[in-house]
Design a protein around this ligand. Structure first.
Ligand code: SF4
Ligand SMILES: [Zn+2]
Ligand SMILES: [Zn+2]
Length: 325
């Protein structure tokens, strides 16, 4: 089969668009979707100037998604004096998993010549995810602890570093799964929060009062398989193994259903996201200002609805310790 844009052999066929693309045109197509998303989300603010550039912190795990995101952002903005990119890797303390993916992160950031920082749960919270998963004092899935620690580490570091935006490598499949999980949970306030936290464009979100550094997901229009193919054709250093504690069973179920739907009805993920984003915008407009008042956590100062923040509660439960700051 030939590429639809030239006479080279096609390496991919996207059922949802019916398009066949050769390697060159496939690469261009992924890059142009990411750049279009960056434009549509209004990521590059008018306040960013060569004299006062914005710092964008990229969450780099070493997996295909964050590696592809870092590569494309670098190629788009390396020559742009209005933007400074910094990659941040979280080391959770998972034997044999994070060390290997950290090697991929170091190789990439070395190749690209961008700043790279590593933050570990051991230093930040006095714990390792391997111990948390083994002990599991609250009887939760390991990811339930890990997600809280990761969010806290990313936002606190973003704040310390004076980052203006935090970018993560969530792809179309990740976002469609989250959308379905939120819809099926029936929690409309969660959908509203999702819009202001990371989904809407910067112009349409209410972020001024938000105590967290604003987040964005420039890969969210690109299906997971295409992210993987992009990483492969460009021979980017990625770490493919799965975390041994991966345990989001419900997300896995939704993922399986979505694959089935997508196979029978190509374009399902795109249409879910188009409808969900609009619903989330309406929910955000209706629910803004209804949230609980935020105060500072008594112990660490992170934003919380009262007393100790969730991270501090979990650090206590697992016997960790915050460093004295
Ligand atoms: S799979 Fe779960 S435990 Fe493993 S790194 Fe991700 S969130 Fe943490
Ligand atoms: Zn072509
Ligand atoms: Zn706290």
């Amino acid at each position: 089969m030939e590429c639809d844009s030239c006479s080279e052999p096609a390496i991919t066929h996207a059922a949802y668009s019916g398009v066949h693309l050769c390697e060159t045109h496939f690469r261009r197509s992924v890059e142009s979707r990411v750049r279009k998303r960056i434009r549509e989300d209004g990521l590059l603010s008018e306040r960013a100037t060569p004299e006062e550039p914005e710092t964008w912190l990229v969450g780099l795990s070493g997996g295909k998604d964050s590696v592809v995101l870092t590569q494309i952002l670098h190629e788009t903005f390396a020559e742009d004096p209005r933007i400074e990119l910094v990659a941040l890797t979280i080391h959770e303390g998972i034997d044999g998993y994070r060390d290997a993916s950290l090697a991929a992160c170091l190789e990439l950031t070395d190749d690209l010549g961008i700043d790279h920082e590593v933050v570990s749960y051991a230093e930040e919270y006095g714990l390792e995810m391997d111990d948390v998963a083994a002990e599991d004092p609250l009887g939760m899935a390991p990811c339930a602890y890990c997600g809280v620690f990761r969010r806290d580490a990313l936002s606190r570091y973003a704040e310390q570093y004076g980052a203006d935006k935090l970018l993560t490598g969530h792809n179309l499949d990740d976002e469609a799964q989250t959308a379905m999980m939120n819809l099926l949970s029936g929690d409309v306030t969660q959908i509203a929060r999702h819009f202001d936290a990371s989904l809407g464009s910067f112009e349409s979100r209410e972020i001024d009062d938000d105590p967290f550094v604003p987040r964005a997901k420039p890969l969210r229009d690109v299906p997971e398989k295409e992210v993987a193919l992009y990483a492969h054709v460009r021979e980017l250093p990625t770490h493919m193994a799965e975390c041994p504690h991966a345990s989001e069973a419900y997300r896995g179920e939704i993922q399986a259903h979505l694959h089935e739907l997508e196979d029978g009805h190509p374009g399902t993920r795109h249409s879910i996201m188009a409808g969900y984003e609009e619903l989330a915008r309406l929910a955000a407009e209706a629910y803004r200002g209804d949230g609980a008042e935020m105060t500072d956590c008594e112990r660490c100062g992170a934003p919380t609805t009262g007393g100790l923040c969730r991270k501090c509660e979990l650090v206590d439960a697992v016997g960790g310790e915050l460093p004295s700051r």
